[in-house]
Structures are given as C-alpha cells and as structure tokens.
Design a protein around this ligand. Structure first.
Ligand code: SF4
Ligand code: SF4
Length: 399
C-alpha cells in the first residue's frame, strides 16, 4: 500500500470505466462492512489552517508536544509528501464510545481512577491500520493501477482539517470535530489515493451557537478562547504525553483522571444522543474504565507492561501512570489505599515518589489516625530520600 515511486496522477477510475460516484458508494459500503462508521472524501489540496497551527505553536500552546509538532509541520503542508500524486483524501470515522451519550461526567467510586473512553479497550492503531489496509486493497482491486496509502495518527497529515473538508463534522469550541448525528467520540483514519474522487461538502454551519459548556467545564482552564487549547494545561496531554512531575497548580484539576480526560466532550450536548459502539475492540478490558488506584501503584515495570499490553495506556509509561494515580489519591483520599500510597514514597521513580509525597501531604488533615500515619510516612521517607526534588516535595508536604 506504500508508494514506491512518483508516477503521474492516476486516472484508473475513469480508465477502467468505473464511475467515480458508484465507486465511492461501494467504497462507503465496504468501509462500513470493515468496521468504520462513516466516510467522506476531500480533495488533496494543502491544508488551509497551517498558519493558525504555527501561531498556536509559537505561543507555546503545544506544551510537551511542541517538538513533535515542529518536526511534523513542514511535512503537513502538503499531503503529497505522504503519497506523490495524491488527489483525494478519504477520511474515515470510527465511533468508539461503548456507552452512548455523555452521562458519565463526574467522578467515579473513591479509590479508582478514570480513563478516557477511547482507551478502555484495545489500542486503536493496530485495529484501524488493519482495516484501512484492507480497504486500500479493496480499492486497488476495484480500480487497478491506483495507488493508496493508509494513515492512522502517526504520519504528518492534518487529519482533522481533511475530515472537516470531507464533511465529517464541524470544529466545536472544544477543538473536537463534531458530527451533528454522532457527536465527537470517534477516531479518524485517512486513506490517500491518486484517484480523482468526488469530494463531499464541509459542514459550514457552527452548531455550537451560544453554548460554552465545554469551556466552562474544563477543570484546568485549558481553553485560551473558543477553539484554542493550551495543551500545556490539558489533562489529556499531561496524563498521556508528560511523564515528569506536573506543576502543583494543575494537580487538583486532574481530579481522578489517570489517563486522558473526556470532560469537554462529556458535557457537550451533541454527545447526548451519540450512538454507542458495539465493536468488541472498544469494550472495556478488565477495570479498563476505572482502574483501582492502589493496584496501579503496586505495578512494577513488568506487571505494567503485561497488564497494558495492546492498550493505549502503555503510552503513559509506568512512571507517568503511577504519578497520575498518586495525584488522583491526593485529590480524593481513600483510606484503604494508604499502604499502596505510602509504599509509593519508596518507588524507584523520583516522579512517583514526589507525587506520592504531594498526595500524602493532602492526607495529613484526615481524621481517624490517617492524617497521623501520612505525617509519619512522610517524615520517615525524608530521612532516607536523596533526590533533591523529591526532598523538596516532602518538605512542602510536611510544612
Ligand atoms: Fe480541559 Fe479535559 Fe478538555 Fe483537556 S480534555 S481541554 S483538560 S476538559
Ligand atoms: Fe460546542 Fe457546546 Fe459542544 Fe462546546 S459543549 S463543543 S460549545 S456544543
């Protein structure tokens, strides 16, 4: 499916006598048979929002993803860098929410953390890569001689803009693409081809209207203005991509999120009637949606890799996930988790030790002897701790 050379743009659809409209209708049917939810076609013209993305980068709003974006930007300017001679970008949406609607907003049971919906089940990259490769093979069989390339997330393609152009939704104030019938809980996949296919019309209407629910609900005030996200404050970026210590002022906002955050989607009225997915790949694994925080803190490296094999949660790395689990316990103390949290003060990773110290500092006010135990655990650790940053965390926690 990968391009091998730079041949001229392909007229296989017409050369083979295949009516392009009929081809897209059949392609749509095949995509749905393979497990995709919707499909739209955009012309493969360079994206028009690159300047806005550059301004966003220059303002420092990409946070920990800045260097990734910097590397990708020159290549994102033109989809032909991914497939020479490309004429059409077929954008595919896959609904992933296994519970329909946004009714899950709010905290889960004490002692448990929350995981963003897309990560409840299997890692979608492999799943969607397999599906898009099968769809590409189908297209190549129907239009012999055409060239294709499937893209799932990792290649430098302005996927959301192409999805908007392909009619898959409008840009909500929460920056997500929202489909008027299906909401925003969907994943994007692209299939590039040198076939000239009829393009769909973009959703030009801003269906957000006067609503500001997502902007108001964001726990860390990560929206600078509608449709402008400061990723350095976004829980999703912080819990998935940032594996070091988190700024103290952002920690309370994490509440019980340990991987990702769905708040600005859960409150969106367009997700109230979103269809649920019955795809087995997205069904929650064992405790996938609300894992026990104490159990997370007890994972060593091998147990972490075993537990999250084939899950998107692996991306957080052990130290990032355990750091977030400790912070979640600091935000919502749960006495039965005390031993796991106190043991995390001696974790091999300084970032986990520091987060456990911060959390236990917040437990010091608790009644029934829990506060005293938290104080004693911190004081004992201070005597043994050699890392300067962790010592500083412990001292602040004891202050
Ligand atoms: Fe805010 Fe969470 Fe949305 Fe990020 S994902 S912008 S933290 S509500
Ligand atoms: Fe738009 Fe309201 Fe949804 Fe935000 S919550 S994306 S403002 S409709």
């Amino acid at each position: 499916m990968e391009p091998h050379a730079d041949p001229p743009a392909n007229d296989a659809a017409t050369a083979a006598g295949v009516a392009a409209d009929g081809l897209v209708a059949a392609l749509r049917q095949e995509a749905i048979r393979l497990g995709f939810s919707r499909l739209g076609v955009a012309r493969a013209e360079p994206p028009s929002r690159q300047d806005a993305v550059r301004r966003w980068l220059d303002q420092g709003f990409a946070g920990v993803m800045e260097s990734w974006f910097e590397r990708q930007m020159p290549l994102r300017d033109d989809p032909a860098t991914l497939l020479p001679g490309v004429r059409s970008v077929i954008m595919l949406a896959t609904d992933h929410a296994t519970k329909p609607g946004g009714q899950d907003a709010g905290a889960c049971e004490a002692g448990r953390g929350r995981v963003a919906r897309y990560a409840w089940g299997d890692d979608y990259h492999e799943l969607l890569r397999g599906r898009v490769n099968r769809l590409a093979a189908w297209l190549e069989a129907r239009a012999p001689g055409c060239r294709t390339r499937g893209v799932v997330d990792s290649a430098p393609l302005a996927e959301r803009e192409f999805a908007w152009r392909a009619g898959l939704g409008w840009f909500g104030k929460n920056t997500m693409l929202i489909d008027p019938r299906s909401g925003s809980f969907f994943l994007l996949t692209a299939l590039l081809t040198d076939l000239e296919l009829p393009a769909d019309a973009p959703v030009e209407v801003d269906h957000c209207g006067t609503c500001t629910a997502c902007l108001d609900a964001c726990p860390t005030s990560a929206f600078v203005e509608p449709r402008v996200l400061d990723a350095s404050r976004c829980i999703s970026a912080l819990t998935i991509e940032e594996h070091g210590p988190l700024a103290a002022d952002l920690r309370p906002g994490l509440a019980d999120w340990v991987f990702g955050c769905d708040v600005c989607q859960e409150v969106c009225p367009w997700n109230r009637h979103a269809p649920g997915s019955t795809d087995p790949a997205f069904q929650p694994r064992d405790e996938g949606a609300t894992p026990s925080l104490a159990a997370l803190l007890e994972l060593d490296d091998e147990a972490f890799r075993r537990r999250f094999a084939g899950s998107p949660v692996l991306r957080a790395k052990r130290r990032g996930l355990l750091r977030s689990a400790a912070i979640a316990l600091g935000n919502r103390p749960h006495a039965p988790s005390f031993d796991a949290l106190a043991a995390a003060l001696a974790d091999e990773e300084p970032v986990v030790r520091g987060a456990a110290a911060w959390a236990l500092g917040r437990w010091r006010q608790l009644a029934d002897g829990v506060g005293e135990r938290a104080h004693a655990a911190l004081a004992a650790r201070l005597a043994a701790e050699t890392d300067a940053d962790v010592r500083a965390e412990i001292e602040r926690a004891l202050a």
